[in-house]
Ligand binder design. Structure first.
Ligand code: FE2
Ligand code: FE2
Length: 237
């Protein structure tokens, strides 16, 4: 049984156990997605030895995250809200290492950090607390280690325009907001559990609004830091 020690609930009447399971499943889907992205990026050829080695180290860490979260949800695995499926398609279609890294480190890692923050704060007696704490430390590093290799990337594939970054940012944000909403969540949770739950009640929940606000803030700050560092590097190439 999941231990739960807070009145801060995202999905109203849904049991604490189902809410926790939903959130950890979403994290597991993200960790799997990240492993796939990293392998795709590495296969494109990386112009910097440091970046190449850091990405390989990240692959090892993300594989470990998949293993840890898989162990936590085990047979209770749910379908994801679908963000992973849509994001995979968008990132696959990008033909730039920089833009793929941007979607991954500038946005998806930020989203992961938002979810981890929420669970660490509100589920600190839950079964994922230790795993979340380890993952958070590593995800925080994953957000920024590519900055020092931006000059090499610019020489390798030319300069990415602000328009291209903004286009990816818009696409990814749309995927997050479409997937993480009341209607999708009600559909995914155990039907018995969500019998009396309405999508609108989830949308209106104070905790959900605060979760979204905090996650959006972290994603925006990671994306801005990525873009700012990129254009700073571009001035000197
Ligand atoms: Fe991870
Ligand atoms: Fe990560």
């Amino acid at each position: 049984m999941v231990k739960f020690n807070s009145a801060t609930r995202l999905f109203g009447k849904v049991s604490a156990e189902s809410e926790w399971r939903f959130l950890v499943n979403e994290t597991l889907a993200g960790e799997k997605l990240i492993v796939g992205f990293l392998k795709d990026i590495l296969a494109m050829g990386i112009p910097s030895k440091f970046l190449n080695e850091s990405l390989k180290k990240q692959v090892d860490e993300e594989i470990e995250h998949v293993r840890m979260y898989h162990k936590l949800v085990g047979a209770d695995k749910l379908r994801s809200s679908g963000y992973d499926i849509h994001l995979k398609k968008v990132v696959q279609d990008l033909n730039s290492v920089t833009l793929k890294l941007f979607a991954l480190q500038g946005m998806l890692e930020g989203m992961a950090l938002g979810a981890l923050d929420y669970r660490i704060l509100n589920w600190n007696e839950g079964p994922s607390f230790n795993v979340d704490s380890i993952a958070k430390l590593e995800e925080s590093e994953h957000v920024g280690f590519s900055y020092s290799s931006f000059s090499d990337l610019i020489r390798f594939e030319g300069r990415i325009s602000m328009c291209e970054f903004k286009r990816v940012q818009k696409q990814v944000n749309k995927i997050f907001s479409t997937a993480f909403n009341g209607a999708v969540i009600v559909d995914l949770l155990d039907p018995l559990d969500s019998f009396e739950i309405e999508a609108q009640a989830i949308e209106d929940s104070v905790a959900m609004k605060s979760f979204r606000r905090n996650s959006a803030k972290i994603v925006l700050s990671a994306a801005n830091a990525f873009i700012d560092n990129y254009f700073l590097a571009a001035e000197n190439v």
